[in-house]
Design a protein around this ligand. Structure first.
Ligand code: GDP
Ligand code: MG
Length: 204
């Protein structure tokens, strides 16, 4: 093993949003991440404040601009007129909806650790908009919302989950939501099978 952190130490933040809790999908969602071999190293249930939600989305100082521009492009690709040409105005609206959505009830937050945790977490979660999330992903299988419907109704898209976009994003988000003392360091017996190079601990 090199001096660099081993692949298996990558972490991601998963948040089951209030609709996931209300729809009794917590166990089902956790089991998807659990079965692929990611290790849960922290978990808690909480009702966040609006401030915590806003800070979460703006940890990346580019998020407002990038998300606004992406959303404008999305409207145009569908032949629709965006509600504004100003990306920041668009994200202000998105952020207001997210604050209302994510403070509406308890959420379940967890830190998962394992090889490629962020990319694997995103893959299992599925794309951000449930309408187009792949079948077999959590969002693709358990929720039917769309940007179009949520925009008409003036609310955030209900997509059950947050999953960090990258390992770097995860580290910022983990610091934002968890105290270091809430994160556990332990070995999971299955790591012997998932990561052991020689698989020489099986036979008697
Ligand atoms: P995530 O990393 O998968 O959560 O996606 P982003 O960081 O790009 O977006 C965060 C949140 O912004 C999403 O969960 C949506 O609520 C909202 N959002 C992103 N893109 C769009 C869009 O094109 N239209 C609308 N209405 N909301 C969006
Ligand atoms: Mg994101």
């Amino acid at each position: 093993m090199s001096k660099e952190k081993h692949f298996k130490k990558e972490r991601t933040l998963i948040m089951i949003k209030p609709d996931g809790v209300q729809r009794s999908l917590v166990g089902e969602i956790i089991s998807r991440y659990e079965k692929i071999g990611l290790k849960m190293i922290a978990m808690k249930m909480m009702i966040p404040t609006e401030k915590q939600v806003e800070e979460h989305y703006t940890l990346d100082p580019e998020w407002r601009r990038v998300t606004g521009e992406k959303t404008i492009k999305g409207y145009k690709a569908k032949g629709m007129n965006p509600p504004s040409e100003d990306p920041f105005e668009i994200t202000d609206k998105i952020l207001a909806g997210l604050k209302k959505y994510m403070t509406s009830g308890p959420m379940v937050l967890m830190i998962l650790e394992g090889a490629h945790a962020a990319a694997i977490g995103r893959k299992i979660s599925g794309g951000t908009e449930p309408l187009t999330s792949d079948v077999g992903t959590i969002r693709g299988d358990y929720v039917l919302d769309s940007y179009q419907m949520s925009d008409v109704d003036g609310r955030a898209v209900r997509n059950l989950l947050h999953a960090s976009g990258s390992a770097e994003e995860a580290e910022m988000e983990i610091k934002h939501w968890f105290d270091a003392k809430e994160i556990l360091s332990y070995r999971l017996v299955q790591e012997q099978i998932i990561y052991d190079v020689n698989l020489d601990g099986i036979l008697e």
